[in-house]
Structures are given as C-alpha cells and as structure tokens.
Design a binder for this molecule. Structure first.
Ligand SMILES: Cc1cc2nc3c(=O)[nH]c(=O)nc-3n(C[C@H](O)[C@H](O)[C@H](O)COP(=O)(O)OP(=O)(O)OC[C@H]3O[C@@H](n4cnc5c(N)ncnc54)[C@H](O)[C@@H]3O)c2cc1C
Ligand code: SF4
Length: 330
C-alpha cells in the first residue's frame, strides 16, 4: 500500500474544504470497500478524510413525513431502525442481506452507495479494464462474466453494481443529498447512477468534491407491504447474482400500485418501470406477474454465460409478487 495522509473531519464544511483543497483526497466511511481497493492498488488516494465523526448519523422523520437517513448511519443501524422496518421493510431486508454483521457495523450509507463493482478484472490492477483504466478494454465480455449485466450495459463495460441497499432505495424513489464547496444539492436515485455508455469510469452524477450528507425517502404507503429477495451462490456473505425489491398494493384482486427494482443485472439498480406499467390496473395473478417481468426483460442482452439471469429475475418477480398478494389479503 502507498503512503497516504489521514484527517478526521468534525464538520461537513471542513470535510468539503479539505476535499476541495486536494485532488488526491478521498472520503473514508467505514473503509470496508475503499481500504480493500487501496491494498490491491486499485485506489491510490493521497489523503483520506474520515467522515465518521460528522453529525450525519441520525435517522429522522421530517415535517413532510419523509425519512431522512444520514450518510454516516451504519448499515446495521439502518436495518434495525423501527421506522425503516415498519415503513420500508424491503430496505431493512436488503441491508441485512449484504455482507456480514461485522461489515454492516462498519459500513455507512454513503459508502454503500459508492461501493465499486466486484468485477474480477476491475479489482485486478494487472488486467485491462475500461472502468479502472479508460480505453484499455473490457476482458469480461469475452471472458468471465457469469455475474455480469443483462440490462443497460454497453460494449465498453458489462459490470453490475453490487449494492443491495441501493436496489430497495431505487424502488422507493430515494433522493441523495450532498454538500459541495458551492453549496448543497440533491439527486433522485434514478439520476444518481449514470448510464454506462462509453464512459464506465464515470459512475455517478455527483459533482466532483461532493460529500454525500444523506438520503431522503419520500412517504410511500405502498412500501409497507414490500420485500427484498436476493439470490446468491451461497447462503450468506455473498453478493447477489440477481435480486428484487418489490412493493405491492392490491385491492379486490386488482393491482393499485406496484414498485419493482432489480439488482445485479445492470451497472446501477434497475427500476423495472415497464413491468410496473404492465401491472397497474390489472389482475394480481401469476400470469400477469410473469407477463410484466417479460415486458421488462425483453430489453435484456445476454452474454454466453449470464443468460440464466433472465429466468431468475422472471421467477423472482412471480414468486415475490405472489407472496405480497397473499400478505395483502391477510
Ligand atoms: C466481504 C464483503 C462482502 C460484502 N457483501 C456485500 C453484499 O452482499 N451486498 C452489499 O450491498 N454490499 C456488500 N459489501 C459491501 C459493503 O456493503 C460495502 O463495502 C460498504 O457498504 C461500503 O461502505 P463503507 O462505509 O465502508 O465505504 P468506504 O469503503 O469507506 O467507501 C466506499 C466509497 O464511498 C466513498 N464515500 C464514503 N462515504 C462517503 C460520503 N459520505 N460522501 C461521498 N463519498 C463517500 C469513499 O470515498 C469510497 O469511494 C461487502 C463487502 C465486503 C468486504
Ligand atoms: S465489465 Fe467493466 S469493470 Fe469489468 S472488465 Fe469490463 S470494463 Fe472493467
């Protein structure tokens, strides 16, 4: 590991000023992703600015009924919060499905949003990789890609975003709030992660020098009947090979409102809007759920070894929406 400086910031403005003053500076949340990448030389910051003492560790209900979640709230505290569990159960389930207890005690909301892909070529500095070294190529396309993207990818990168938390946030229309030396700003999650296109190294629309201060979750009564289901290669301590955050409001057998977001299928959490449109106002039946999944997955472009994800996601949609329909009927 290269030598680097370390500063602990105790207020947001101070952290942003430190970040603006040094182009080689990086923010440090729990360090569970950044420090791993520093050990292998993928990340080489000159200075780490530790944000863990910032007053951003609260979860609060705001006057308009939204939930504000601070950026340094740990994954464990987020999953245990009574308001999150009651109003957005799929979010608590998504967070709990990730990593391990020890990691969740360290990992923060801001760091989870910005964790990097687990593509094996990206994490190996000896391999070419357009995301790490723009223009060097994408060996995953002709190589190891069984857990790579089937939606929204490009000829320049087919990596998937690894966060479980962000999938539930996408379903619930979360908004990311941030601070820069020019003042505060915010980005809906739908605009936060950039399409991969020709620039896979540009992952988010955050302005440079931005510190994520938190998330706003708007009130969403439909989210109270929600679920996160993750498929992985072993029962715990593994990233998703496909996942679904779903929320459903069914009355008299008819779908009133539905939220669907897929994980591990794209470079960002994938809000399944075509599937949602197909379901609204129609019957809550297994046939309708399967047809809605097909409407979304018609856009899938598979590689030789990741085509299984199409059937996996279709089955997840049918299974989880069927369970939520039964739950609503109780
Ligand atoms: C073995 C292992 C298994 C895992 N399994 C899963 C899993 O199954 N599902 C899952 O979702 N995750 C999983 N994770 C990932 C884990 O959740 C992330 O490492 C973690 O969420 C990152 O949070 P952190 O606070 O430690 O981020 P850090 O490592 O501190 O930072 C990550 C990035 O975010 C930036 N950053 C941090 N805070 C801010 C801020 N406030 N504003 C702007 N930028 C910021 C950093 O500069 C860095 O670029 C796993 C990790 C490990 C090591
Ligand atoms: S899929 Fe993306 S991250 Fe993986 S090797 Fe290709 S360019 Fe790099």
């Amino acid at each position: 590991m290269r030598e680097f400086g370390y500063r602990r910031a105790d207020d947001v403005q101070g952290a942003v000023a430190l970040l603006a003053a040094d182009p080689g500076a990086r923010l440090l949340g729990g360090g569970t992703n950044l420090v791993d990448l520093m050990k292998t030389g993928v990340e080489r910051p000159a200075l780490l600015i530790d944000v863990q003492d910032l007053p951003l560790d609260r979860i609060e209900v705001t006057a308009d009924g939204a939930l504000h979640i601070g950026a340094t709230v740990t994954n464990s505290d987020l999953a245990a919060d009574p308001e999150v569990r009651r109003r957005y159960p799929a979010l608590a389930q998504a967070v709990l499905s990730g990593a391990s207890g020890q990691l969740r005690n360290m990992a923060t909301v801001g760091g989870n949003l910005l964790q990097r892909t687990r593509c094996g070529y990206f994490t190996d500095p000896a391999a070419p990789c357009n995301k790490r070294d723009p223009g060097s190529g994408c060996p995953a396309i002709g190589g190891e890609h069984h857990n790579h993207a089937i939606l929204g990818a490009s000829a320049h990168c087919v990596a998937v975003h690894p966060s479980d938390m962000a999938v539930a946030l996408a379903a619930f229309d979360a908004v990311v709030t941030y601070e820069t030396s020019d003042g505060p700003g915010e980005l809906p999650l739908a605009e936060f992660y950039l399409p991969v296109g020709r620039t896979p190294h540009r992952e988010t629309a955050l302005p440079s020098g931005a510190l994520i201060t938190g998330l706003r979750l708007p009130p969403a009564p439909v989210a109270a009947v929600s679920r996160y289901r993750k498929v992985r290669e072993r029962a715990s301590f593994a990233f998703a090979i496909g996942s679904l955050a779903a929320a459903l409001d069914v009355r008299d057998g008819t779908v009133q409102e539905v939220r669907l977001a897929f994980g591990a299928v794209a470079s960002r959490p994938w809000r399944a809007r075509a599937a949602e449109r197909a379901l609204i106002g129609g019957p809550a039946s297994a046939e309708a759920f399967a047809a809605a999944a097909d409407a979304e997955l018609a856009a899938a472009e598979v590689l030789p070894h990741n085509g299984y994800k199409v059937a996996l996601l279709r089955n997840l949609v049918v299974a989880v929406l069927t369970e939520l329909t039964e739950e609503a009927a109780r």
